[in-house]
Design a binder for this molecule. Structure first.
Ligand code: B12
Length: 504
């Protein structure tokens, strides 16, 4: 009889210690793994020497595999560093990558000598089956584990996709594996001890640019109200959380399913933040809005994306620009701040679309000056990374760089760590932009965020925000965005927060 499988789970550093939130991916995986074995978590956001800690953990204990969570962007380089270090010191230990990076790019992940398995999509069951197989027979070929990609005689094998599942771990997540879970509660504009939590899983929409659609293929599931009650009760009464940031992919779904959840939240009345859609909020009944207010929703992040209805259709967003304007007004009436994100500088009509978006943002600010605006560069996912159900549907025009050459996406994890590709993954730059366009976006964003400093910034004193806003007002008013040197200087002193980089 083999020993029950033991798995080491690692979250490579992606953000500052102060911005670290519960590593929900690893907590969910751990809850499932512990049903048939055991697991340990190392979080690189808290443990800044997580590579050394990982090696030490493997020296001290017997593990059947190491699972590493990898998101494209700034997490890829530390994920490579820890994987290489493990391979060098413990060459026989299987290394498994899971999360958005291997889901979108399994071939790229498996091209690396330090990745043995890539798990696509939800990882709980796939990882559990894999480590069970590895602990019984390390050299066994895992041909029948759904959701797994692996290497066989020099080629990559993709097992069939795994069906979407919504397994309730049956208890609160194993937060105690993180040391003191209270270190993950943060002071935010929601409260003094904000906790990150996820209620519903997945999203029923299939926006072509979104990693969530690639991960879930348009499926979503909401939990029973009792489960939410159990979790909120733990977060509030055991940990002392006073507010919640919901990491749900899309919080508001069918109203009849939402109402019982909103009732629980109204009972706990902890100020909250979530991802939402303009159409869903516009369709909420009065009864639902009453509960939304009572539960103290403070801010809803809404993907507005573009003021161009045709573009919204092409990317399968499913909402219209008039709904974006309407939701800004609706939120104002209900005391909810809409945090609206836009994707500027698309590959076609780059300049025209960008200027149009700037004007639309001004209109939104007129309707609801409290609206928070996030400006990203439109960086579509490679066609190959879309969910199998969506591949080949509405094939986009091939992307071309600034010289008219086809855009070639990286073929190794190392290439994805080059600054231009990290910026691509972070929606901060694209190969079809010239310096003039980059500067124009940067200057507009500088003027906008100085004119309207975010409420999410708690560090800058109110007088500094007021001074910045006053300094920026003439530029904003007369659309003189170019080279705002005085704002760049002032910003360096005040260092306004960037929610798109660090989260709340
Ligand atoms: C929290 C969060 C962050 C946090 C960090 C998280 C952390 N690790 O501490 C912060 C704020 C730092 C962050 C940053 C970024 N993020 Co982020 N983030 C999220 C968010 C809101 C929640 C993630 C989460 O906890 N989910 C809940 C858990 C349970 O789900 P999960 O992580 O997907 O895990 C499951 C599977 O992925 C898989 N899995 C995950 N890890 C592993 C590991 C193993 C071994 C296995 C087997 C399986 C596995 O199994 C898990 C359980 O089913 C998601 C959106 C969302 N709702 O998921 C975006 C999201 C993951 N982020 C995304 C992106 C793009 C970014 C950025 C890179 C860019 C950006 N502009 O947002 C930035 C980087 C910014 C920078 N530093 O410059 C995208 C990823 C899509 C993509 N194309 O890759 C998402 C989906 C948002 C979106 N819709 O665009 N992010």
């Amino acid at each position: 009889m083999p020993n029950p499988p033991n798995t080491l789970l690692v979250n490579p550093t992606i953000t500052r210690r102060a911005s670290a939130r519960f590593p929900l991916s690893l907590l969910h995986l751990s809850a499932t793994l512990d049903r048939s074995g055991s697991s340990r978590i190392i979080d690189g956001n808290i443990d800044r020497h997580f590579v050394a800690s990982t090696l030490r953990a493997i020296e001290q204990d017997r593990f059947d595999a190491v699972g590493i969570s990898v998101m494209g962007g700034p997490q890829t380089a530390p994920a490579i560093a820890v994987s290489q270090a493990i391979r060098e010191r413990f060459p026989a230990l299987p290394i498994v990558w899971g999360g958005y990076f291997p889901t979108l790019y399994p071939e790229v992940a498996l091209s690396a000598p330090y990745v043995d398995y890539a798990i696509r999509g939800q990882g709980e069951k796939t990882l559990q089956e894999l480590v069970t197989a590895l602990s019984a027979e390390p050299s066994a070929a895992p041909a029948n584990i759904a959701g797994l990609s692996w290497k066989h005689q020099g080629t990559v094998v993709h097992n069939p996709n795994r069906h979407f599942s919504f397994a309730d771990p049956g208890r609160v997540l194993p937060y105690d594996k993180l040391g003191d879970p209270r270190q993950y509660l943060a002071r935010t504009f929601l409260g003094r001890r904000t906790a990150a939590h996820q209620v519903a899983i997945g999203c029923r929409f299939r926006c072509t640019f979104c990693g969530v659609a690639a991960m879930f293929g348009g499926t979503t599931m909401l939990p029973a109200a009792a489960r939410l009650e159990r979790d909120l009760s733990y977060l509030k009464y055991k940990l002392g959380a006073d507010s919640i940031q919901y990491f749900d992919h899309n919080f508001f779904d069918r109203e009849e399913d939402m109402l019982p959840l909103l009732e629980v939240m109204a009972k706990y009345a902890m100020p909250w933040w979530c991802y939402a859609r303009a159409d869903a909020l516009l369709n909420l009944s009065d009864e639902a809005w009453k509960l939304v207010r009572k539960s103290r929703l403070k801010m809803a992040y809404i993907g507005a994306e573009s003021p161009n209805g045709q573009m919204l259709k092409e990317i399968r967003k499913g909402t219209r620009p008039d709904q974006t304007l309407a939701v800004a007004e609706l939120c104002r009436r209900h005391g909810v701040i809409p945090e609206l994100s836009f994707m500027v500088a698309p590959p076609e009509n780059t300049e025209e679309e960008t200027e149009h978006t700037f004007e639309f943002i001004r209109e939104l600010k007129r309707i609801n000056p409290e609206s928070e605006i996030i400006v990203y560069v439109y960086t579509p996912l490679p066609e190959s990374s879309r969910h199998e159900k969506d591949r080949g549907r509405r094939a986009a025009t091939p992307l071309r760089d600034i010289n008219g050459e086809p855009v070639m996406f990286p073929s190794t994890p190392e290439e994805w760590t080059q600054p231009q590709w990290v910026n691509y993954a972070c929606h901060a730059d694209a190969p079809w932009l010239d310096d003039k366009m980059r500067r124009r976006i940067h200057d507009f964003v500088t003027v906008l965020r100085c004119r309207y400093p975010t409420v999410q910034d708690l560090n800058s004193p109110p007088w500094a925000k007021r001074a910045l806003s006053a300094t920026a007002s003439w530029r904003y008013r007369f659309r003189r965005y170019d080279r705002p040197w005085e704002l760049n200087l002032a910003n360096r002193l005040v260092r306004l927060r960037m929610p798109q980089v660090s989260g709340l």
